[in-house]
Design a protein around this ligand. Structure first.
Ligand SMILES: Nc1nc2c(ncn2[C@@H]2O[C@H](COP(=O)(O)OP(=O)(O)OP(=O)(O)O)[C@@H](O)[C@H]2O)c(=O)[nH]1
Ligand SMILES: [Mg+2]
Length: 431
């Protein structure tokens, strides 16, 4: 939506603080993060407003008085975009578009992040996934935003600045648009299925190598890609921008004990990003779900490191991978003053490192290996045929090294996370 070739757009930001709610960040800091996102998308921030309320206004999200106030400022500052820090309901968006008129775009944090994703997606799969997420996000919000889509899909004419004559298409037009989007969505899904089945074959091959895998997760800009580059010669783009990485990269690393482990760099997390959108990145999601361990990279120099840790932990829980063992890399140690305190809310093994200078990296790899071994216990079981549930669990959460049907049941051996061993204890055979 934001073509970097044209003069930078001017944006006005709106943050809200819901009384009684405990957000990850104070509203001012969340807005600062939103400004950083805007900058990454190539937009200049020219002003901002904050509203504190008990609940969002049913029609316009912020109250009518605030709307008027903002409208005047937006005109004075010649802002072309108003960005809400919280997700707007489709009806809020429609009403606000009506009030602000056709020269002002109304978007929210999610739309902005999707835009950045669109700018940063490089692989075919990444691009398809972003477009799909954007379309699904837009369907219920269809108004004049559609014009952008028309361009992208190579459809009807429409200026790249989304202005003239595009305001409020009539009902029939909207219906046609919806149908067209529907067709585009099913087309993309088919394409994605093809790409994904190719990737699955690739992954199956990789799994045959029986290498254990570590997924590098963490808040955006924490230093995940820099870390992967440091421990391997990955050559992943690392940059001081949000969501530099969208497509996972996997590299083999020899850890100090001599064992080879696969490390995968993944898309970063951020507060207030709907989990469905993270989940839309199937490649990233699969890497995380299938990992034997999560390496959580934290920017220890960030003033809100603790809040970022919490946001990442919550996202992991929503993705249902919080049972995986974790090691925390407290990164950017080179910038930390001596004796700086560590964030208090870390429950896992943590190591202070600098992905940039290499400081602490050996210790980190050693801690990862030790944690992996501790969490995965070798086990051999004979599961009765009526415990197909345990057999599936073994496959899903553990590592099956061998499996055979025998007269008595399923004979399985491999490794299981420590936590799951008790369920299998009654069926243990061998040592
Ligand atoms: N001083 C210092 N800077 C670092 C360190 N690690 C990463 N950085 C910088 O932090 C910024 C972000 O690093 P990335 O590796 O791109 O971060 P990321 O977690 O992959 O970010 P996304 O892919 O955007 O989610 C870059 O400017 C890096 O140079 C470190 O140990 N010390
Ligand atoms: Mg990265």
């Amino acid at each position: 939506m934001f073509d970097t070739a044209v003069p930078r757009e001017r944006a006005f930001l709106i943050g809200a603080e819901l009384k009684g709610e405990r957000p990850y960040l104070p509203v001012e800091d969340s807005l600062a993060e939103l400004a950083q996102l805007a900058d990454t998308a190539g937009i200049d921030v020219v002003g901002q407003a904050i509203q504190r309320f008990d609940r969002p206004h049913p029609a316009t999200y912020i109250g009518p008085g605030k709307v008027e106030e903002v409208k005047i400022m937006v005109e004075e500052l010649a802002a072309g975009v108003v960005i809400f820090d919280d997700e707007l309901l489709p009806r809020h968006q429609r009403e606000l578009e009506k009030i602000f008129g056709e020269d002002v775009k109304i978007i929210d944090r999610t739309a902005l992040i999707l835009d950045i994703f669109a700018l940063h997606a490089h692989t075919r799969e990444g691009k398809l996934q972003v477009e799909l997420a954007q379309l699904e996000y837009r369907v219920p919000r269809l108004t004049r935003m559609w014009t952008h889509l028309a361009r992208q899909a190579g459809g009807r004419a429409g200026g790249s600045n989304g202005g003239v004559g595009l305001r409020g298409p009539g009902e029939t037009q909207l219906e046609t648009d919806r149908r067209e989007i529907g067709r585009r969505i099913s087309y993309i899904k088919k394409q994605l299925d093809a790409v994904q089945s190719h990737r699955e074959r690739h992954r199956a091959k990789r799994q045959q190598t029986e290498l254990q895998t570590v997924a590098i997760v963490g808040y955006t800009n924490a230093g995940k890609s820099t870390l992967l580059n440091q421990i391997s010669s990955a050559n992943v783009l690392s940059a001081d921008m949000l969501f530099a990485t969208l497509d996972p990269t996997t590299r083999k690393v020899v850890v100090p004990g001599g064992r080879e482990i696969l490390f995968t760099d993944t898309v970063g997390f951020i507060q207030k990003l709907p989990t469905e959108i993270v989940a839309a990145f199937r490649a990233t999601l699969e890497e995380i779900v299938d990992a034997n361990l999560l390496l959580h990279v934290v920017d220890a120099t960030h003033p809100h490191a603790a809040a970022q840790i919490e946001a990442v932990e919550d996202t992991l829980a929503e993705l249902e991978v919080d049972h995986l063992p974790r090691v925390v890399a407290l990164n950017k140690a080179d910038l930390l003053p001596d004796g700086a305190e560590r964030p208090a809310n870390i429950e896992d093994v943590s190591v202070l490192v600098s992905a940039q200078t290499g400081q602490g990296i050996e210790d980190l790899l050693t801690a990862i290996e030790a944690t992996m071994v501790r969490f995965l216990q070798p086990i051999e079981v004979l599961l009765p045929f009526n415990r197909g549930d345990l057999l599936s669990l073994f496959h899903e959460r553990g590592q099956v090294d061998g499996e055979a049907h025998e007269g008595m049941g399923y004979h399985v051996y491999g490794r299981l996370p420590e936590r799951l061993v008790p369920y299998f204890e009654p069926y243990r055979v061998g040592k």
